[in-house]
Ligand binder design. Structure first.
Ligand code: GRF
Length: 197
């Protein structure tokens, strides 16, 4: 049975594209939702033939208004969306939307969590001087990047790296592991198996 996925993105949308084009069955990307009318993801959605909507997120800058979170949740529930994939959504979700999709909301984060949660994880890792960076797909809970981990991928830091070259290599691995984690979740295997291949 198909699992309807909504991708929520604020920016360029390369992870959204990777989920549309990746092997996620029985998960299928049904819609892109954005809080940013200028998101590059909207253009990608048009190119990929995926329905896309801008929904007003409320008056705050880094989170949703409670009423707006309720509206987003109602919109997605009415549509029969069963899984939310956050892909560069620049807002914290804490209210009715998380309540409606707890255990059914994934996020991609560009570090090996629990190291370097929050903004600019790649820059944090680079400045710290780690030799191994990476990325993580995890469930969303009430904390910042603290939910249960599904998949991680390590990315070695090269002698020649700058923050941006490291971030670019991490991004390529994000695209790989996000589809795999989504597939595992949709098959009911994300929490039970220790290792997903
Ligand atoms: C990615 O690095 C993701 O890990 C982070 O935001 C970035 C989004 O990139 N949460 P894109 O919009 O998917 O290209």
């Amino acid at each position: 049975m198909e699992v309807k996925i909504a991708v929520l993105a604020s920016g360029a949308g390369s992870n959204f594209k990777a989920l549309v084009e990746g092997e996620t069955e029985p998960g299928v990307v049904d819609i892109l939702l954005t809080d940013n009318p200028n998101a590059g993801a909207l253009k990608l959605a048009a190119e990929l033939g995926v329905e896309a909507r801008y929904l007003y997120p409320g008056k705050y800058r880094t989170r949703f208004g409670i009423e707006e979170e309720r509206l987003w949740a109602d919109f997605l529930l009415d549509r029969g969306v069963q899984l939310i994939c956050l892909a560069g959504l620049m807002r914290i979700i804490k209210g009715p939307l998380l309540d409606a999709y707890r255990g059914r909301m994934l996020n991609i984060h560009p570090s090996l969590l629990p190291a370097f949660p929050g903004l600019d994880a790649q820059g944090q890792a680079f400045s710290y001087g780690v030799k191994i960076a990476g990325c993580t797909v995890h469930y969303v809970d009430d904390g910042t990047d603290t939910g249960q981990i599904i998949l991680q991928k390590a990315v070695p830091v090269l002698e020649s790296d700058q923050r941006d070259s490291l971030a670019a290599r991490i991004l390529l691995q994000e695209h790989e592991i996000y589809s795999k984690a989504v597939k595992a979740h949709c098959l009911g295997r994300a929490v039970y198996s220790k290792v997903i291949r």
